[in-house]
Structures are given as C-alpha cells and as structure tokens.
Design a binder for this molecule. Structure first.
Ligand code: XIL
Length: 378
C-alpha cells in the first residue's frame, strides 16, 4: 500500500469540507473564509436570516463597534428609526433620503437581506398628515408616500413592513388617521401600492402581541381579507418584545403554526427580552405608554445578577430551539438592536432604566445568552 492510497480518503474528505464551505448558503452568500467564522448568521445560515435593527450611529459609521458586530454576526438589517414617516417624509414636499440611502448602501456592501421599516404607522408619523381630512387626498398621499419610497429602493430593499400595528388587542382595527379618513380598506391600498412599486419585495404586516389569541385571530382575518381581494401579502412580522416568562413557548408555537396555515411566512421582527419589572404587567410595545419610574422599577442599575443572566440565556435558548424547529416557516429572526446599551428598552415603558434584553452587553461583548444560542447547533 503506497502513501498516496493511504491519504486518499482524507484528501477526499477535505475536498468535501471545502466544497461545503464554499457552497452558497440559502441565506446570504458568505465566502469560504467568512462562513467558517463562528457567528449567529453562520450558525443559523440553513435556518433563517439573523437580523438586527440599526440606528444612525451604525449607519453613518460613527459607532464602529456596532458596525463590526453587524458585519460579523448578522446577515439582515432593519432601520430602527430613519425610515419612519416623521423622518423620511417630514413635510408634504420633502423626503429625506440621505440616511436611508446610506443604510441601503451599507446592506448592499455587506450582501445583506435589507428590510424597510415602516411605510404606514400611526406612530412617529409626521404631524402634517393629521391635517389631511378628505379621502381622495389621503389616498393620493398614501399612494405617493409608498410609491416614492418603495420605488426608490426597488430591487434593493428585500422586505417591507408595509403596515405596522394596525390592530387593537381584541383583534379589531385600531383607530388611526388612515382608518378615520380612508376606512378599513386603507390596508388594501397600502399593500396594493407597495406590490405595484416593487413586485419582487416581500410584503409584511408587522405587530406586537401577535401571540395573544384574539389579536392573532385579528391578524389572520387581516391576511385572509387581503388574500381574498387578490392583494399580495407575504409574511406576518411578530415583533417579539417579550419577557422572561411570556409569551409561553406554546403560545409562540401555536401562533407560528396558525400564520403558516394562513399561507404566509413568519418573521420574528423585533426580538428583545426584557428582564425588568413591568408596571402594569404590560405586554407588547405600545410606544405611547411611557412614564417616569422609581428604584423598584430599576433593580439592576450596575449589572445583571448571574441568576437573571442564566434565566435570560435559558429563555433565549428555548425560543431559538423552537424557531429552529420551525425553520421551514420562519424566514428571519431580527433583534431590536445590537447591544444592551443602545436598546430602546432602557427608555420604555419607563425612562432612564438599565435593561439587558439583547445578546451583546454594554461593551459589545457576547453575553451568556449568545453562547446559549450558539450551543444549540453544536
Ligand atoms: C422604537 C425605537 O426603537 C425607538 O428608538 C423609538 O423612539 C420608538 O420606536 N414597535 C416598532 C418599532 O415597530 O418601530 C419601535 O421602535 C418599537 C415598537
């Protein structure tokens, strides 16, 4: 037996490994070197996109540590604020495209799945919109807003949160300026217009508390209503502003299955897990609910005790194994922020608290929760 035949099986094995590493993954296309680096995006590359909401500091390049993490760990981005109506369309004839353009370039440069957030929402809306009070003008305005923004990023933004938070907790349609002036069919107009402006983009209805039975039924009615009217809707975005106990794994799973059955993809769009007490057992993310707190409400101003750190890690591991189980139904899991220091949950629902809801700490270092998720695939 010569030396070559002895090493042949090992050689073939190495070639196979190299081939696997070079092969394009379904989510993004990491090169060989990049795909070997342990990271969230590589760990879950056969399951779903791993995204993060990013803010102005990352987009304009001043937060270099956040940028490093975004490039290393994530293959999808969502703009935390810069595409909301009050920022992108602050006056009738003024659109601010500077930051959104930078945001999209950042995603393109890094070969990412780029999300647009959000076209139609009652919150962070420009004040002047409230003055539009006849239906023809409002329909014209909505059409212009959506056509201009979606059209500008046609073929570049992959997924749009077309309508955000249109439902009440009981599943009925929330009162908003759009509903008041246009009636219930404003949703249809919004989705139709988005589909026309970019037929290839994934169109999403996004909301919080979509694991609550009544609201879930409302979301399913909303999807069915659009489908029955021949309007394209591709996915439900479950925001994922959750806590250590709720929603239960069972509630999450029931919801994933229900949306899948309704014929749409499931996205976890705004994942963060608060570890702080909640003033009124408040769930979800109603942005208008915000009040001053006290020390009881801010128990960990310096650091998070190990016991809670462990609880958070376990909770993240549990929900990620559930997500992985339903990888055929879930397209993307996006965290609402990169690191604890920049999370909106330090300021909501009580201002000035110290919260620990994400996978990276205030020094941009991976937490135990990060390790617990990465371990799932070992
Ligand atoms: C939040 C941002 O994170 C904050 O910076 C901003 O002050 C308020 O909005 N649901 C959504 C997100 O769809 O856009 C919200 O983002 C959080 C709740």
């Amino acid at each position: 037996m010569n030396l070559f035949s002895h090493f042949r099986p090992i050689g073939l094995f190495c070639i196979l490994i190299l081939f696997m590493a070079c092969k394009d993954k379904p989510n993004g296309k990491p090169g060989m070197e990049e795909s070997l680096v342990p990271s969230l995006k590589n760990t879950f590359s056969y399951d779903f996109f791993i995204g993060a909401a990013i803010n102005g500091g990352a987009i304009n390049g001043s937060d270099t540590l956040a940028l490093d993490l975004i490039r290393r760990e994530f293959n999808s981005i969502t703009p935390e604020n810069i595409m909301k109506w009050e920022h992108i369309h602050p006056f009738p004839d003024k659109f601010n495209f500077e930051m959104p353009d930078k945001y999209v370039r950042l995603g393109q440069k890094n070969n990412m799945h780029i999300v647009g957030h959000t076209l139609v929402w009652h919150s962070q809306l420009a004040e002047w919109v409230a003055q539009v009070n006849d239906s023809a003008s409002m329909a014209g305005l909505l059409t212009e807003h959506i056509t201009k923004i979606v059209g500008r990023y046609k073929g570049k933004i992959d997924s749009w949160d077309v309508v955000n938070e249109a439902l009440n907790e009981d599943g009925s349609l929330r009162e908003s300026i759009f509903k008041e002036v246009l009636g219930d069919h404003y949703l249809e107009l919004a989705f139709r217009t988005a589909a026309k402006a970019d037929p290839e983009a994934q169109l999403v209805y996004n909301d919080y508390n979509l694991t609550h039975p009544e609201k879930r039924e409302g979301a399913i009615r909303l999807v069915k209503n659009l489908q029955e009217n021949g309007v394209k809707i591709d996915a439900i975005g479950m925001q994922g502003h959750w806590n250590l106990e709720r929603p239960t794994l069972e509630e999450i799973e029931t919801s994933i299955l229900a949306y899948h059955k309704a014929g749409v993809k499931v996205l976890i769009t705004e994942l963060d897990i608060t570890v702080l007490p909640n003033p009124w057992e408040l769930e979800g993310a109603e942005v208008s609910q915000n009040f001053e707190g006290n020390k009881f409400m801010n128990p960990y101003p310096e650091s998070l005790p190990d016991s809670v750190q462990n609880q958070l890690a376990e909770r993240y591991a549990d929900i990620f194994s559930l997500f992985a189980k339903h990888r055929d139904k879930i397209d993307r899991v996006t965290f609402w922020g990169i690191n604890d220091g920049a999370s909106w949950l330090n300021g909501w629902p009580i201002k000035g608290r110290t919260n620990y809801p994400l996978l990276f700490d205030r020094n941009y270092r991976p937490k135990k929760a990060y390790e617990s998720i990465m371990k799932l695939k070992k």
